[in-house]
Design a protein. Structure first.
Lengths: 412, 347
């Protein structure tokens, strides 16, 4: 059993000593900069962005929801300490806030958050108070090492922020069992695809690349304690940020409905490899596990565009062949005017798809007063603070494959 | 102020005559006529049928371009808030005219428009071209059901309300539009899954695709006499990306001369693809587009001649629509250039 202590953050300010009182989180910037310090990091500047402020954050790499263990153990095992499996004991979580990393990184696709206006209504993180860490590398820092360094710095700072809540009374307490005790209800699980295509498009499980694993069952508490960490800087709307892993709505709803109208049968982590042969292997392997776990149905999510769709369809086919019913979460590629067929491919047994919205539909963002993270956008010419018409695709988390977003596409 | 409506009908429903009057060109009469009177009575102060646009069915079918142009001119003299057409029931030529006038009003004149007809009326094809078409019965016996539905959708469109085929019952137009979801995707997914497990009916939110199957071209009889082209979606461009091909969701492709090149030289060409690690491609671009090997085959006489340019784009989140348009243009150029075979390297 994992006990979650949820602390609702209502505002954030800078001060000398870190504290949390009545939802007011006070940060000590020097402490945070010290945690982020590394020979490869030239600077780590701290910013705060609040919902409704006319602020645009650009060059976003990742976001993390802060958390720390109450007693034994560590969060983000494999990064902040030895990779001992966790998901038990007590965990303090800061809700309604997120730590966001910003930096230039070659091959990272432009990702942005608007805190107000039309961009905010489709960007899931615009609802949170954001603590932004703007990193810059020292000259000549090797990019791959720099990326690993800022990823680790983010996790350290996220754990530090969580520690501020230790000893503070939570707003809400939740119990997360390792396994369901429900009976007589349909047994439903979750097949959780992770993109693992090497540097800049990787996901880590207990600190190791998900590309090295076969599909494997994992308990929800482990995910909530940070067993899965993103190192993926591709499609900003179609990737699973660390924040998405930590707040995954599919897991949240499975936990909430366990014993009510379903029995939560567990989670299978599944990599998205790069070759068709390996995709076939992991799809069949995950379906076997689902069948061994006696699931009657599975929600399947993906990460990334294009070839990740194949992972989704193959998983559905292999599961259905074994009598495990599937529903897939899917962003659509219906073209800017919505007239293109919305899927790149399909298999007949992948017949139940939930829409996460059309990736290419344009949205016009309002002009902003303040920009965090840079003075240019790698997608449009013109002033970075201006009104912009862009596809939804660069808006961080807007089409989140695990369902963090607020939109869907519909026939018109 | 109420809505100003123009109603489109054929010569028969206008009371002008049957087949013998079907070659009547478009004309405008003020006020409602025939089924337009029913529309007027249903409006109850919300608007007025200010004019009726009439065209003979044969005239419309045989002079479609002229009939459309003339109808547009007549509509522009009135500038209505809404055009309603039909109901045309199962009448093919009348349905064609109603669908076409509704499409024309919406897409060319930006006037909200709805037509009503039987779903199997050939005119219902206009739905796929973007017209709003309300299905109705096959004969005028269903007039009393059809007209209120035609008007109800028309009023929603003219007042800017959100509409969808699922809620408003019009024929699918093949258009996807982002809307705010009422429930989170995770909750909808679990509801759908529980329905599927229980054997209850469920509806996929994303329509399942029906893809074009492109028949392979017949084999090249003898490669020794063929001109072979190199193509890639791997994003290989001259250094600096002179045509600014995007690293994802490419909106363009380019062609670059290779007539003078024996092989790609690293550093002079690079990949701008955003979907894979380009280090290996940049270290040796010939592994992305096999120019070095193709030259050896050319020299050895195994292929006739290498085409003087290669084509490149980025296939990374590129829409099917864009890819189809690239393909049509590139294929036409290759054919015009006498190319018989092409090697397309994909990443």
């Amino acid at each position: 059993m994992l006990t979650l202590y949820e602390h609702v953050i209502r505002d954030i300010r800078f001060g000398d000593e870190p504290s949390l009182r009545d939802g007011l989180l006070t940060l000590a910037p020097e402490r945070i900069r010290a945690l982020a310090a590394d020979p490869l990091i030239h600077s780590a500047n701290l910013h705060i962005a609040r919902p409704g402020e006319r602020v645009r954050i650009v060059h976003i790499l990742d976001a993390v929801q802060p958390r720390a263990k109450g007693g034994e153990g560590i969060v983000f095992p494999g990064f902040l300490g030895p990779p001992r499996t966790n998901g038990m004991g007590e965990t303090h979580i800061l809700t309604h806030c997120a730590l966001v990393s910003v930096s230039l990184l070659p091959r990272a696709q432009e990702a942005l958050i608007d805190m107000a206006g039309p961009g905010a209504s489709i960007g899931p993180l615009a609802k949170d108070l954001l603590i932004v860490l703007e990193f810059a590398p020292v000259e000549g820092a090797p990019w791959a090492e720099y990326e690993a360094t800022i990823r680790l710095a983010m996790l350290r700072v996220a754990a530090h922020l969580g520690e501020i809540a230790r000893g503070v009374g939570p707003d809400r307490t939740r119990q997360v069992p390792r396994a369901s005790s429900a009976s007589g209800l349909p047994r439903v699980g979750y097949i959780y695809n992770l993109q693992a295509q090497g540097s800049y498009k990787d996901t880590f499980v207990y600190g190791r690349s998900a590309g090295e694993i076969l599909p494997t069952p994992i308990t929800p508490g482990e995910i909530l304690d940070g067993a899965v960490v993103s190192g993926n800087y591709g499609h900003p709307s179609l990737k699973n940020s660390t924040y998405a892993h930590l707040t995954n709505p599919v897991i949240r709803d499975l936990l909430a409905r366990d014993g009510r109208d379903l029995a939560f049968g567990g989670i299978i982590l599944k990599p998205e490899p790069v070759t068709l042969e390996a995709k076939e292997l992991v799809a069949g392997y995950a379906a076997n596990l689902a069948s061994l776990l006696n699931w009657q149905g599975a929600i399947v999510t993906k990460e990334g565009g294009g070839n990740a769709d194949i992972d989704l369809f193959l998983t559905a086919e292999r599961c259905e062949q074994r009598g495990v019913r599937t529903v897939l979460l899917m962003a659509e590629l219906a073209g800017p005017d919505g007239r293109t067929p919305p899927l790149l491919g399909s298999l007949p047994s992948a017949d139940a798809l939930v829409s996460l919205g059309n990736y290419e539909e344009p949205v016009t963002l309002s002009a902003v007063e303040r920009v965090i993270g840079g003075d240019s956008l790698r997608l449009a010419d013109g002033p970075v603070a201006g009104s912009l018409t862009i596809p939804i695709a660069p808006i961080f988390g807007s089409l989140s494959p695990v369902g963090l977003g607020s939109i869907m596409a519909r026939a018109q | 102020m109420g809505l100003r409506i123009v109603h489109y009908i054929n010569q028969f429903f206008a009371g002008i005559g049957g087949e013998e009057k079907a070659d009547l060109p478009p004309e405008l009469r003020s006020g409602p006529l025939g089924p337009g009177r029913l529309i007027q009575s249903l409006l109850e102060g919300r608007g007025e049928v200010v004019a009726t646009l009439i065209c003979g069915d044969t005239y419309f079918a045989e002079h479609q371009e002229e009939a459309c142009r003339h109808s547009a001119e007549l509509l522009l003299t009135v500038k209505p808030d809404l055009l309603l057409a039909g109901p045309a029931f199962a009448s093919g030529r009348y349905g064609l005219a109603c669908g076409e006038v509704a499409r024309l009003a919406l897409h060319e004149l930006k006037i909200p428009a709805v037509a009503a007809m039987h779903p199997e009326n050939p005119g219902a094809q206009a739905a796929v071209a973007g017209a709003h078409i309300v299905p109705c019965g096959s004969s005028a016996a269903s007039m009393k059901e059809a007209v209120p539905r035609l008007l109800a959708l028309g009023i929603k469109l003219a007042t800017g309300a959100d509409v969808s085929p699922d809620v408003d019952g019009y024929l699918p137009r093949g258009i996807r539009k982002n809307v705010t979801a009422e429930l989170p995707a995770s909750a909808r997914a679990l509801d759908m899954l529980l329905a599927k497990i229980a054997g209850r009916s469920f509806a996929s939110e994303v329509p399942l695709p029906q893809f074009d199957r492109v028949p392979p071209a017949p084999p090249v009889p003898d490669l020794r006499w063929a001109t072979v082209a190199l193509l890639t979606e791997g994003g290989l461009v001259p250094r600096g990306n002179p045509d600014r091909i995007e690293s994802s969701r490419a909106s363009r492709y380019a062609r670059y001369p290779i007539g003078e090149l024996r092989a790609f030289v690293p550093g002079e060409f690079e990949s701008v693809h955003g979907g894979y690690a380009t280090d290996h491609a940049n270290a040796d671009p010939n592994r992305l587009v096999p120019l070095d090997v193709a030259r050896r085959l050319e020299k050895a006489g195994r292929i006739g001649r290498l085409h003087e340019v290669y084509y490149t784009t980025v296939g990374n989140g590129t829409s099917v629509q864009k890819a189809q348009s690239f393909a049509r243009e590139i294929a036409a150029e290759l054919r015009a250039g006498g190319v018989q075979a092409a090697i397309l390297t994909a990443t």
